[in-house]
Design a protein around this ligand. Structure first.
Ligand SMILES: [Zn+2]
Length: 119
């Protein structure tokens, strides 16, 4: 479990707050809808980053570290998945912000199916 995953959050939040103020000064006649879109776009960036960092901090993301009885099982045949190391998983969240997650990748020893366990 990493405990330093929040180190860049303050910096990122600062960037958004400053950026939003500058945007407002440059768009003196912006409508409420335009302001809301600009704000959502920036908050979406923070949201994606927090989501990514929080997900990476999850102890459950590591199959190897999990106890045997907690290990994810194959949804097809129920066998306990074997760890196949870390693979990068790409997801897309709100406002099309990409998440890149390093997740444990499991493979079923019985039927050969490969999975990113949920969590
Ligand atoms: Zn299987």
């Amino acid at each position: 479990m990493r405990d330093d995953f929040d180190v860049q959050w303050h910096e990122l939040a600062e960037e958004v707050l400053t950026g939003m103020k500058e945007w407002r000064l440059q768009h003196a006649k912006a409508t409420l809808g335009e302001i809301e879109r600009a704000l959502d776009e920036r908050l979406g960036r923070v949201r994606a980053r927090l989501l990514q960092d929080l997900a990476l901090a999850s102890a459950m993301a590591d199959i190897q570290a999990a106890q045997d009885q907690e290990r994810p099982v194959c949804p097809k045949c129920g066998s306990v998945l074997e760890s196949r190391g870390q693979h990068q998983r790409q997801l897309t969240t709100h406002h099309n912000h990409a998440l890149k997650l390093e997740r444990s990748y499991g493979e079923c020893p019985t039927c050969g199916a490969g999975f990113f366990p949920p969590g």
